[in-house]
Design a protein around this ligand. Structure first.
Ligand code: ZN
Ligand code: ZN
Length: 269
């Protein structure tokens, strides 16, 4: 995994809408440029023998379909295949991860799981998603939103944690649910090999305890994307010891409870 990713600038004319990192020939990380939207989320494209899976479609102002199609075409050529079905899964329903959904409407051989709790529950009832010789565990982790899920790729040992665990501000809308979910993740991480914990954003700087202000596009000194199981264990220890939601600055993350009725919950754009 790269230690540094392009964020947004300093010169936006030189930035591509998506920076693509090939983790391996069946696992791609895409980062949307902060020049298109300050959320600059990360997306993941993973190939099995029967299906490709796209984790999120990014935030506004991007041509995500083009970026994804280019990667799929490349994979098809390398594997001497004519086509592969595409499954679109969302980490959760916030706008900065589903804004590109509409671009996939009408795309052949494409299934998009609607970003809402009922659809996610229905599709992932078994807890396992098989892309063809590649099983992924689906772990419900409500708290940031009710429909948040984590995904564990058994082949690489990568755990995708969406907006629930990442080097940045962990916005919590339902604290009891969040506390339970973090413990679920810690239990999972303790019993599985974890190569990387990969979330959806970077908002921390490389200086411990310090995050970039909301809305920052260019982050030349940002924290690395990849975290380890240790970060989940630390988060679990802190969250389990909190009897009431409060803002807590950790070395690599900030817990930022948004308590209904106390502070207005602002859905991220
Ligand atoms: Zn979110
Ligand atoms: Zn987000």
């Amino acid at each position: 995994m790269p230690e540094h990713w392009p964020s947004g600038g300093p010169n936006c004319l030189e930035m591509q809408e998506f920076y693509v990192h090939e983790y391996n020939p069946t696992f791609y990380v895409l980062r949307q440029s902060g020049c298109t939207d300050y959320e600059k989320p990360f997306l993941y494209l993973i190939f099995g023998s029967e299906r490709a899976m796209l984790w999120d479609t990014g935030s506004r102002n991007s041509r995500v379909r083009e970026a994804v199609d280019r990667l799929i075409d490349r994979w098809l050529k390398a594997n001497k295949r004519e086509s592969i079905p595409l499954l679109i899964v969302h980490s959760h329903r916030h706008g900065d991860h589903i804004a590109g959904d509409a671009q996939f409407a009408g795309r052949p051989d494409t299934t998009l799981i609607k970003p809402d709790l009922a659809s996610v529950r229905e599709v992932f009832r078994s807890g396992v998603l098989d892309l063809g010789g590649r099983a992924m565990d689906v772990i419900p982790i409500p708290g940031h939103t009710d429909d948040s899920i984590a995904l564990y790729d058994r082949r690489t040992g990568i755990l995708l944690t969406g907006d629930t665990v990442y080097p940045g501000r962990l916005y919590v809308s339902d604290f009891p649910a969040f506390r339970t979910s973090i413990h679920t993740l810690a239990d999972f991480a303790a019993s599985h090999p974890i190569a990387h914990v990969l979330g959806n954003h970077i908002e921390q700087t490389r200086t411990p305890f310090v995050d970039y202000p909301v809305g920052t596009k260019y982050q030349p000194d940002e924290h690395e994307l990849a975290m380890s199981a240790g970060s989940i264990f630390e988060l679990d220890r802190v969250v389990q010891s909190m009897d009431a939601p409060k803002k807590v600055f950790l070395r690599d993350m900030t817990i930022d409870p948004r308590i209904p009725n106390a502070t207005p919950i602002k859905t991220r754009p």
